[in-house]
Design a protein around this ligand. Structure first.
Ligand SMILES: NC(=O)c1ccc[n+]([C@@H]2O[C@H](COP(=O)([O-])OP(=O)(O)OC[C@H]3O[C@@H](n4cnc5c(N)ncnc54)[C@H](OP(=O)(O)O)[C@@H]3O)[C@@H](O)[C@H]2O)c1
Length: 251
């Protein structure tokens, strides 16, 4: 793979920047672009062997439709989006190249690929898939293949439910208005872990988490399940009967 040029649109920040570093460490030539910096996306699309779209979810399909027609037939078009159905459809419709949807199930704070999960949605072509898999596997990643639809359905639980739960706790804490410094003095290890998750969503990247939840059509049924669970919990807790709550937990 060493003679290959990789272009990452969205490679100046976040997970795109992480993959730019990864590919460079593997000896590949990597070009990156942001909205106003780096190699223009259209130039990258015409020139690179592997073209990767790693921009915010709300901008992804527009960027794919812009660059897709310019990607060479013998090249590979991939994306890093946390949702797969719409981006993979857009890649297939706008290009003639091999297409693989990719969702790294980790953020830019992980030090290496070792032990990390990656979902692959192979969508067109057989030339690039074995090479891409070998590259990730050789660095210890765990790969799972899925259709884009199945991926999105499962992510509604894995990411949607997790983040809904964290946001609920964050909103409740904010509404309670207790100073964080005071909470920290009384904190348990699990509370500190949960606070770190809340900070990640509320302070570091609220847009990413909002789009992951709200742009996945499968999240609606999860929110309904989650709302029902909260209501049942509220009714039981209001009565102040621990035995009843225990029965609810035990099922
Ligand atoms: N962060 C994660 O933990 C993570 C994990 C897995 C998958 N993903 C997926 O990766 C994608 C990027 O997420 P991220 O968190 O890395 O985003 P990010 O930190 O906001 O970075 C996005 C990158 O896209 C560029 N960009 C922003 N808006 C753009 C636009 N309208 N058009 C073109 N480029 C634009 C930014 O460049 P400039 O700011 O320099 O313009 C930057 O290089 C999303 O689809 C997300 O679902 C993220």
């Amino acid at each position: 793979m060493n003679d290959i040029e990789v272009g990452i649109i969205g490679g100046t920040g976040g997970i795109g920047e992480w993959f730019a570093r990864f590919f460079r460490e593997e000896g590949l030539t990597v070009h990156v672009s942001g909205r106003t910096t780096g190699m223009p996306a259209v130039e990258m699309a015409r020139r690179c062997d592997i073209v990767i779209v790693g921009v915010p979810i709300s901008a992804t399909c527009d960027v794919i439709r812009l660059v897709g027609p310019l990607v060479r037939r013998e090249s590979l078009l991939m994306d890093l989006t946390s949702l797969k159905a719409e981006p993979v459809k857009a890649m297939l419709e706008s290009s003639t190249s091999d297409v693989i949807g990719l969702h790294p199930l980790f953020g830019p704070d992980v030090p290496s690929l070792d032990g990390q999960n990656i979902v692959l949605c192979p969508a067109r072509g057989t030339k690039w898939l074995p090479r891409v898999k070998e590259l990730f596997l050789s660095r210890g990643a765990k790969l799972v293949e899925a259709s884009p639809e199945r991926h999105d359905e499962l992510m509604a639980f894995v990411q949607g439910l997790t983040h809904l739960n964290t946001i609920t706790m964050g909103l409740a804490l904010r509404d309670a208005g207790i100073p964080q410094a005071e909470l920290e003095k009384f904190s348990t290890p699990i509370f500190r872990t949960r606070l770190a998750c809340i900070e990640k969503i509320f302070l570091k990247n609220p847009r990413l988490y909002s789009e992951v939840i709200a742009s996945n059509p499968h999240t609606k049924k999860i929110t309904a399940l989650y709302g029902d669970a909260l209501r049942r919990l509220e009714e039981t807790v209001r009565k102040g009967k621990a035995e009843e709550l225990k029965r609810l937990i035990e099922g």
